[in-house]
Design a protein around this ligand. Sequence first.
Ligand code: HEM
Length: 401
Amino acid sequence: MDKRKQAGEVTTDFDILDPDYNQNPGPVWRDMRERCPIAHTESQGGAWVFTKYDDIQALVKKTPELSNRQPTVFPMQGDKDLLADYFADMMPPLTKDPPEHAPLKRLLLPFFSMKAVEAHRAYTEQLCHGLIDGFIEKGTCDAAEDYARQISPRVIGYLLGVDPGQTDQFVDWVQGFVELGAADYEVRAKNFRALRRFLDDEITKRRSDPGEDYISRLIASDIDGEPVPHLMILNMCMLLLVAGVDTTWSSIGSSLLHFASHEEDRQRLVAQPELLPNAVEEMLRLHSPASAGRIAMENVEHEGFTFERGERLILSLPAANRDPATFENPDEADIGRERNRHVAFGVGIHRCVGSNLARLEMEVAIKVWFERIPEFRLSDPDAVTWSAGQVRGARTIPVTF
Ligand code: HEM
């Protein structure tokens, strides 16, 4: 039988934007992994969908033939030619393939080394305490909106040297672009343009008034002796916002949701705070926020299937992190899990630049919360909502304490 057709028949209706799927994706991933690990869906412009750890490890190595020029999990609406070169310039290094990718990634890596991000711990702690000060007396809050969602945009704004007074606006644009815009092309385009205009101005300002921030440091950097072009800096800043904001707030939010609804784990972390680093990794594994997208630049073979030029692939990192072939009891949380080689930050040449910063933000956010609010629980499980699309995370988490 034609394997492509067979795959298509099983899961043509997989839809990454389906609210029911997003509410509880575990059973869908299990079913796909067992019945059709290489699936093809017609939804959202059509894509091959991968749910197995080993498939994803193999596919990320097939570069540049599986390209990152459009790393979204569904086509940007209105874009006729999915293979067009201009996509590759949009968010370097994420949208670049070899050989252009490596030198651009090298520009960013020093900003996010463990040592470099450690310098931002004190700011992040102070930020988390300040947020909790704002609601602790009430004995109730939305842990997503009042806490998780406020942390990562402020940290990135601070790193880029953005005036703290403008961070709220920043968050709205980023959310409009990456989240609300996922299902609405107009919303996405409007917020995309607003973000670009804002960053364009910021770069111009830093040229005459440099500081220690990342924009100033990118202006002072070079690629093989040549200054980094203005447009490249702008596009890199766009990427830092898009890649570093809702991914991280999703992970912080999903972690708090987990502890608010799993009393034993909450008590265990209170009793054994030294488990925090393992708990962070386990939350990243069990509630991985980001999926990756690839687009075939030529016909590519894998396990007897052929992905044709122009076809899109969704690498479900969250599903891979629950693959029983790699993880014991994959659908259960074990906050003391020792061996945890999850792929929440991706794998291969595009592995996340900001993973040290994301881990620091998660660790600080959970630590400060547990210090200030060790006893808390979900007040209304039915009120919990999730974002859909490339980045999945809890968006409403009503808790009492
Ligand atoms: C929990 C939080 C985060 C998660 C789960 C996450 C996940 C990912 C994933 C899966 C990729 C690879 C995408 C692909 O292969 O197509 C990636 C790439 C990237 N991430 Fe993150 N990320 C997080 C936080 C951050 C932060 C805080 C920053 C920076 C401020 C950041 C910056 C980047 C950049 C620049 C890339 C592109 C790397 C490349 O193309 O070589 N991320 N991230």
